[in-house]
Ligand binder design. Sequence first.
Ligand SMILES: *[C@@H]1O[C@H](CO)[C@@H](O)[C@H](O)[C@H]1NC(C)=O
Ligand SMILES: *[C@@H]1O[C@H](CO)[C@@H](O)[C@H](O)[C@H]1NC(C)=O
Ligand SMILES: *[C@@H]1O[C@H](CO)[C@@H](O)[C@H](O)[C@H]1NC(C)=O
Ligand SMILES: *[C@@H]1O[C@H](CO)[C@@H](O)[C@H](O)[C@H]1NC(C)=O
Ligand SMILES: *[C@@H]1O[C@H](CO)[C@@H](O)[C@H](O)[C@H]1NC(C)=O
Ligand SMILES: *[C@@H]1O[C@H](CO)[C@@H](O)[C@H](O)[C@H]1NC(C)=O
Ligand SMILES: *[C@@H]1O[C@H](CO)[C@@H](O)[C@H](O)[C@H]1NC(C)=O
Ligand SMILES: *[C@@H]1O[C@H](CO)[C@@H](O)[C@H](O)[C@H]1NC(C)=O
Ligand SMILES: *[C@@H]1O[C@H](CO)[C@@H](O)[C@H](O)[C@H]1NC(C)=O
Ligand SMILES: *[C@@H]1O[C@H](CO)[C@@H](O)[C@H](O)[C@H]1NC(C)=O
Ligand SMILES: *[C@@H]1O[C@H](CO)[C@@H](O)[C@H](O)[C@H]1NC(C)=O
Ligand SMILES: *[C@@H]1O[C@H](CO)[C@@H](O)[C@H](O)[C@H]1NC(C)=O
Length: 476
Amino acid sequence: MIVPLSTIVLSLFVIRSFADLNVGFSFYGNDFIEPSYILNKNWNTTTIVAQESIIQWADWLAAQGPWSVTTSTSILAPSNDTHDYISWAPYYWPNCTSIPNASGLTPQQVWVTCPYHQMDGQTNPDTRPVNNTGAFSALADAVFYNTLAWAINGSSKYPTNVASWINTWFLASDTYMNPNLNYAQIVRGTGPGSNNGTGSHMGVLDLKSMTKIVSSVLVLRAGNAPGWTSAIDAGLVNWTTQYIGWLTTSPIALNESITPSNHGSYYYNQLAALQILVNDAASANATVQKYFSTLYLNQINATGEQPFEMNRTRPYHFRTFNLAAMITNARIGSYLGFDAWNLPTTYGATIQTALDFTMALPPGTEDGTELYPDVGAVAAVYGDPNGTYVGYLSKGQQTYPANPWFFYTQPLSDSGWVRANAGRPGAATPSGTGPAGSTASAAIGKNGAGSRISLGTYGQLFFGTTTLVLLHVLLV
Ligand SMILES: *[C@@H]1O[C@H](CO)[C@@H](O)[C@H](O)[C@H]1NC(C)=O
Ligand SMILES: *[C@@H]1O[C@H](CO)[C@@H](O)[C@H](O)[C@H]1NC(C)=O
Ligand SMILES: *[C@@H]1O[C@H](CO)[C@@H](O)[C@H](O)[C@H]1NC(C)=O
Ligand SMILES: *[C@@H]1O[C@H](CO)[C@@H](O)[C@H](O)[C@H]1NC(C)=O
Ligand SMILES: *[C@@H]1O[C@H](CO)[C@@H](O)[C@H](O)[C@H]1NC(C)=O
Ligand SMILES: *[C@@H]1O[C@H](CO)[C@@H](O)[C@H](O)[C@H]1NC(C)=O
Ligand SMILES: *[C@@H]1O[C@H](CO)[C@@H](O)[C@H](O)[C@H]1NC(C)=O
Ligand SMILES: *[C@@H]1O[C@H](CO)[C@@H](O)[C@H](O)[C@H]1NC(C)=O
Ligand SMILES: *[C@@H]1O[C@H](CO)[C@@H](O)[C@H](O)[C@H]1NC(C)=O
Ligand SMILES: *[C@@H]1O[C@H](CO)[C@@H](O)[C@H](O)[C@H]1NC(C)=O
Ligand SMILES: *[C@@H]1O[C@H](CO)[C@@H](O)[C@H](O)[C@H]1NC(C)=O
Ligand SMILES: *[C@@H]1O[C@H](CO)[C@@H](O)[C@H](O)[C@H]1NC(C)=O
């Protein structure tokens, strides 16, 4: 490749030590990347720290695999089929006051005897014994970051791992998942939502991260990645074809497709991405366009408020979460040649209006950093002529260019951060105050799972000399 002189000059200043930087893993609502951006490898040098964070996340997630619905044998779906995906609706709690002698009930008896009722946003810890939701989410993130790590680092271990995890979850005869969600987010007990022991439409959300998997497969496929064999590709296409059949005909899935909130938005993320995976771009295009001509029209008010997220118990999170789904639908549209970014809702608003509105709100007791990938996405697409968006990011988290999303949310300025911190060991240590009143240091260490990635191999990734940096730039 031809390296612009400006890149080389910049690279001379790049990264003496970011060894103190430790971007704790956090879950992003969803993602879909234009595969050519990854495969062309024409990345801005400002993304170099984000690239190293991606390697860290990839390695950390890889150590947790593989994942399969057959891992847990203590609790099975009502079908008793170990290959059936099962999860329990997280926000439902038992109310046994109408049940005689309820105090004598075992937990298992409570599950089938008492009516359960919803307490929005409050997770019942009793749902923890079943964690296919967490397992699938971890699988999708592992697949996604290990695919990016392959593009960045080139080691065949990354795509070989991805192929093996996909084989385990979807295909291998002893560990595969049946291609349906008939038992996802089951509302237990005897209440009105219980659906007679089968899953609820809300459970379709459990596989929202399919979009990350599809985004990865497009890169592995087009890049002829080592380990991504035609047998695994064909097997996954076969599985997906059957699952699309379920997603487009089962009453459970069809109910989700008409849910006005983020649940509906994510249904379209999932279906459109899977249709791309099976090489049905025309259907994917129709799916994205259906979303933008139905649910989307009512999701953003003139002010940018999202009426179906604002009344939730964690409204900042849910606004942010639906923004991620809307952005992902628009990114999938862009990939297909359908531009949704400037489509107005019934009230004349766009995705940018919704982002601007949310950005102006205080997150209160909620995690303000969750909005940052959405801010970056909007700035990268709509532009940031007066620096409003990067100003917001810098103020909240000076080290924002170290986050993995910064790598693939381009063009987006790093506010000069990478160059300014060159050659100053430890200088990249986060400082400053975030919008939630938390220090940026705390924010950047934030981890959905409550733990931090150990520095581990990060020291080895340290670029000690400008020569190495230059080599790195020339080689990528
Ligand atoms: C599943 O197993 C349980 C416990 O052995 C049994 O009560 C139930 O009838 C079985 N269900 C089906 C669908 O076979
Ligand atoms: C629990 O059930 C009782 C009796 O059916 C009812 O009076 C009470 O309001 C319920 N509590 C909640 C929190 O739903
Ligand atoms: C209530 O439950 C306890 C414990 O299971 C049992 O010993 C007792 O006989 C039960 N009482 C009635 C009236 O069912
Ligand atoms: C569920 O799995 C995820 C991903 O492995 C993990 O982070 C989380 O701690 C698990 N939750 C429970 C309650 O075990
Ligand atoms: C890939 O990572 C390994 C360490 O895991 C390192 O030795 C190697 O130099 C890296 N390759 C590139 C091209 O960055
Ligand atoms: C509930 O499920 C049971 C067992 O799967 C079945 O026999 C029964 O007909 C179902 N009831 C309804 C109302 O669907
Ligand atoms: C497709 O999947 C079905 C069931 O999941 C399986 O029976 C069949 O062998 C698969 N076909 C191919 C070509 O992999
Ligand atoms: C959103 O806009 C619609 C139409 O103007 C209105 O009916 C609704 O009350 C608004 N909702 C909020 C929360 O502002
Ligand atoms: C949420 O509450 C607001 C204010 O009470 C109301 O205007 C809006 O219609 C509600 N949204 C939904 C979807 O019910
Ligand atoms: C998707 O739809 C848009 C708008 O109708 C069209 O321009 C584009 O070519 C379509 N893309 C595909 C892959 O069908
Ligand atoms: C700065 O840019 C943002 C986003 O494009 C826009 O909403 C805002 O009105 C602009 N502010 C000024 C003072 O131009
Ligand atoms: C890299 O990003 C910076 C900051 O956004 C920008 O000024 C520069 O033009 C970009 N360089 C290239 C080669 O795109």
